[in-house]
Structure formats: structure tokens, C-alpha cells
Write a protein that binds this ligand. Sequence first.
Ligand code: NI
Ligand code: MN
Length: 225
Amino acid sequence: MLQITYHGHSCFELEAEGHRIIIDPFLSGNENADVKPSDVKVEAVLVTHGHGDHVGDAIEIARSNDCVVVSNFELSNWFSAKNLQSHPMHIGGSHDFDFGRVKVVPALHGSALPDGSYGGEPAGFFITMGGRTVYHAGDTALFSDMGLYGRLYPIDAAFLPIGDNFTMGVDDAVEAAVLCGAKLAIPMHYSTFPVIETDPKEFLRKAELRGVKSKVMGYGEKLNI
Ligand code: NI
Ligand code: MN
């Protein structure tokens, strides 16, 4: 069993078998976030790409937990230069950590860091913990290889951006959910800022019409899969 906790935007905590990790911890910059960085107790921070709304509070959380940051090689160098433990990976690679397995997959987006440093290529993650596999798509456009990865690594839950403007909007995200074959689709990356204001119920409705089970998670809400 895997417990998913949503902290808004693209931030999720995953917990299984006594292990806990956080992905894209954008908390202090999100006025609606349900937790403070200092409340987060994890053994790894995963970062999909270099944009500020994904790196977020990764530095503070990694430092206070004395834990590793998992990201692409270029972001990893940036975290290392800040004296953090980092584990560099890259697109296509997978690795078994104590908490579970991470596979890095492509995302169609950018990855520059807030200070303008080069952040390599953006990514999504397939994360397997507690016998379940989740797909965190990161910030991305729709692309057909989501279907390939979903076939090779069956997805129990997919976290898909629906906010449009910077990423897929609702219609493309519904298509992504169909393509990747996730048993459950969970929308993310919407309504944090005015330009990505989106009604997640529209995603639910349209996903249902295509036979995809989906769930909108509120800030702080937990879900066991
Ligand atoms: Ni981004
Ligand atoms: Mn973003």
C-alpha cells in the first residue's frame, strides 16, 4: 500500500513501509499550502525540473532532514554546490533507493533554475513504493510516449498537470490519462496562480466520459492506493 498526500500545485508526499519522500516541494511560495517546509519529515526530495515552483523549498527540506535530493544531473550539480547530498539521474535511467524505485522519464518543458543556471532537461518520475507505481508527469505537454511508458510500467496513479498555459490543459491531460492507462488520474498544477486557474471538476467530467477514473485531491488530503 502507498499513501499519497497532496500539498498543492505539483507537490506530493508518498509514504510506504515506513519510508517517506516528497516531490516538487513548493510550499512557502504557495499561500494555500497546508504545511510549512519545517513540518516536512522525509528521507528524499525529488525535483522534476529547475523552475521555482518545483525546486520550491527543496534546499531547506533537504538540509533540515539531512536527506538526499534526487534530480537530473545538472540540477544535482546545483544542489551539490549548496552542500546538499544529491543523487544525479537522467532521462531513461532508474535506480533502487531504500524507499523504492525511481525511473526518470521525459517531459516536454524547460528547466532553468531561479538564478538562471542551466537546469538540464525537465523530467517526470515513475516511482514504485509499497508495491504501487505512480507517475508524476512534472510540467509537460502531451506526448505519445506516455503510452509507451504506461504500457511498460503499469501505473496505479498518475499525477497530471491540467492548468494550461505552461503545461497541458484539461483536454490534453485527459488524453494523457487515457494514453498512459493509469488506474487513477489525479490533476495537479492548476489554480495556484491566476494564469493557470482551472476547474478540476471539468477534468473529472471529461475523464469519466473517456472511462478514466480520476480524483481531485484537496490540500492536505491523503489517499491510500
Ligand atoms: Ni515549470
Ligand atoms: Mn510549474
